[in-house]
Design a protein around this ligand. Structure first.
Ligand code: G6P
Length: 664
């Protein structure tokens, strides 16, 4: 949430910052701003609304320089407005961009006001700018490390989450940044350095990145990159990392990244960090090459990122399965990590925790894990789980699902789980350098590639593919599945990408269904069994991007309440593959029709459902039962997309939402 970008170079960096903001807009888009240091002066431009507004404002101003920071905001403290937009300044000397929440900002603000600082916004971020200025003034004037010392003194007083970029008008060659609870990468260029919330922001200028870890801060010039980490322990400042949760422990992000370093680490320049508090030490972090290429951040020929991402699914499903299966279709247990062989036989049950769309993937997985592996499986949203006193049974595997690997609640749940007696932690995630990935013992990558549309699509189906594999591994391990059944299931997964391709060809028919739907204000989604969570995800997609109120129900629950809502203004969308529950579902559909309700059914070709007055069917190819939850998700994504198109909403950036929710 919120996107930050910064640069120190020997060329004008304003076009780089602007392009970076456009690429980060999925993280927040209610206001944007930029500050540039030039001739010992800080120049700033801010606008409310999307980055295009800032771009228009910049066109009228000659904002240029070789050092600058920029921000696109998703409001937490203070309404979306120009005066709350970042960067925030102090005494026209310091400019700050921030992603996260400073929890002790009120206390700090009071103190700074008593010292004479005037506040011009309602944000928590503005305290950082004034605090930095106050700390800077306290450092000896002749101290060569005055800027860094002020930065550290400031960090030492902040409680909460932050990714920060800071510049000072008297230091036109220096860019400061820090990470605690919100992601931040350093982009390594040739004689230039950049910072951003996500590598995608910088692919136009570099493909080499350093992923800062929790508690790291860095001091950058065009040529040097000094990084420091917090030294915990008796001598160090041991403050809890944001969002560890009230039951949580202090985490330590120390595991290896899955991507290999591509060159020698950037050397810490200087051996003595001259820490004013004595609790920082120089650190090396590997430089990693971004594997997806710059086209990952572009829409190509598609009208929206969401549509591009829906159409990428055959390819990314293939890629996701490929590195976990041998050419003979055997699952590589080792794909889970070196400890997998030892841990798998000890798993007695599974606890899945996630948010949003990832949570729905977990709900599907419960049917698979219980049905195929015979292991009890619980699924819970992270924001609830993290604040609950949980009873942990021995042998429970704790699984987190996340596209971004940075979702604050999921991360906090993981950190809590690490000290709660779980057997082990497994992250299923789409970003290899993410916090979730680094902090989990076992890992499975979804290779969906960068997902930019706020509404998740390809990340969901690739998560499902990985979860199906996990269920098969557990099924084989528990003895619940015979080897031939496992092999048949692998085979079903391998033909899935081709079946998804066939479903994508139905887009014109799906668009036509959507045409007659866009004027509706409410709708129900129905499914049974493993397709109930698929219906939940379909309803979520529709409400996220078309703003039509959508609720999902297990079809058997219809007559226990929601049927009261059904009339010809309340369409009902059903997920109806040919499975053992189809006949029961058909009875539920009759109940809807008998009340004048209009049905849109995503059905199996063989289901024997005919188009009729008030009933529209979209027949889908027959597929193995294991993969139907994945296959039937695709037309629901296309349906929501086309409804949103007709309604004219901002598909990739729906109102009030953002991707990568790094605040609680
Ligand atoms: C936000 C996004 C959703 C996503 C959820 C969880 O709400 O808009 O699309 O499903 O966060 O994100 P994660 O990255 O943890 O999967």
């Amino acid at each position: 949430m919120c996107g930050i970008v910064g640069a120190i170079a020997r060329r004008n960096i304003t076009p780089i910052l602007l392009e970076g903001l456009k690429r980060l807009e999925y993280r927040g888009y209610d206001s944007a701003g930029m500050a540039v240091v030039r001739d010992s002066e800080l120049q700033r431009e801010r606008e409310s609304g999307k980055v295009a507004g800032l771009e228009a404002a910049l066109a009228d101003r000659n904002l240029s320089g070789q050092l600058g920071i920029a921000h696109t905001r998703w409001a937490t403290h203070g309404k979306p407005s120009r005066h709350n937009a970042h960067p925030h300044l102090s005494t026209a000397s310091v400019a700050v961009v921030h992603n996260g929440i400073i929890e002790n900002f009120e206390l700090l603000k009071q103190r700074l006001q008593e010292q004479g600082y005037c506040f011009h916004s309602e944000t928590d971020t503005e305290v950082i700018a004034h605090l930095f200025d106050a700390n800077y003034r306290q450092q000896p004037r002749d101290d060569a490390s005055r800027l860094l010392a002020a930065f550290r003194a400031t960090l030492a007083e902040l409680d909460g989450a932050y990714a920060l970029g800071i510049v000072h008008r008297d230091y036109p060659q220096e860019l400061l940044c820090a990470r605690m609870g919100s992601p931040l990468v350093i982009g390594v260029g040739s004689g230039e350095h950049f910072i951003a919330s996500d590598p995608l922001a910088l692919l136009q200028v570099t493909d080499r990145f350093i992923y800062l870890e929790e508690g790291d801060h860095a001091h950058l010039t065009a040529d040097t990159c000094e990084m420091f980490s917090e030294t915990l322990g008796d001598a160090g400042r041991s403050k809890p990392v944001y969002d560890a949760g009230r039951l949580g422990s202090v985490p330590s992000a120390r595991s290896n990244l899955s991507t290999q370093p591509v060159s020698s680490p950037v050397q810490p320049a200087g051996s003595d960090p001259k820490s004013s508090s004595g609790c920082w030490s120089p650190v090396r972090r590997p430089v990693q090459r971004f594997e997806h290429g710059d086209q990952a951040a572009s829409k190509g020929d598609y009208r929206h990122f969401m549509l591009k991402e829906i159409h990428e699914q055959p390819e990314v499903l293939t890629r996701t399965l490929a590195d976990k299966l041998t050419p003979e279709g055997q699952l590589l247990t080792a794909a889970l990590g070196p400890k997998a062989a030892e841990l798998l036989p000890q798993i007695k049950q599974v606890q899945i925790v996630a948010c949003g769309t990832s949570y729905h993937a977990g709900l599907v997985a419960r049917y698979w894990i219980e049905g195929l592996a015979g292991l009890p499986c619980s699924v819970e949203v992270a924001s609830e789980f993290r604040y609950r006193h949980v009873a942990v049974m021995p042998g429970t595997l704790f699984v987190t699902l996340s596209q971004s690997g940075e979702t604050a609640d999921t991360l906090a749940a993981l950190r809590f789980a690490k000290s709660a007696g779980y057997l082990s932690t497994l992250a299923i995630c789409n970003v290899p350098g993410s916090s979730l990935f680094r902090e989990s013992q076992l890992r499975l990558m979804t290779h969906a590639g960068p997902e930019i549309g706020v509404a998740s699509t390809k990340a969901f189906t690739t998560q499902l593919a990985v979860l199906a594999l996990l269920a098969l591994v557990l099924g084989r391990e528990s003895g619940e599945m015979k080897e031939t059944a496992v092999e048949e299931a692998f085979a079903a997964l391998q033909v899935l990408p081709q079946q998804v391709r066939q479903v994508l060809e139905l887009e014109p028919a799906i668009a036509e269904l959507a045409n007659g739907f866009a004027d509706k204000r409410h709708t129900l989604f129905l499914g049974r069994g493993v397709h109930y969570p698929v219906a939940m995800e379909g309803a979520l997609k529709l409400k996220e991007i078309s703003y039509i109120h959508a609720e999902a129900y297990a079809a058997g629950e219809l007559k226990h309440g929601p049927l009261a809502l059904v009339d010809d203004e309340m369409p009902v969308v059903t997920v109806a593959p040919s499975d053992e529950l189809l006949e029961k579902l058909k009875s539920n559909l009759q109940e809807v029709r008998a009340r004048g309700g209009r049905l849109i059914n995503f059905v199996c070709q063989q289901a024997g459902l005919n188009n009729d007055d008030g009933i529209r069917n979209l027949p889908l190819p027959k597929a193995d039962e294991l993969v139907t939850p994945i296959l039937y998700s695709v037309p629901l994504q296309l349906f929501s997309y086309h409804v949103a198109l007709v309604k004219g909403t901002d598909v990739d950036k729906p109102r009030n939402l953002a991707k990568s929710v790094t605040v609680e």
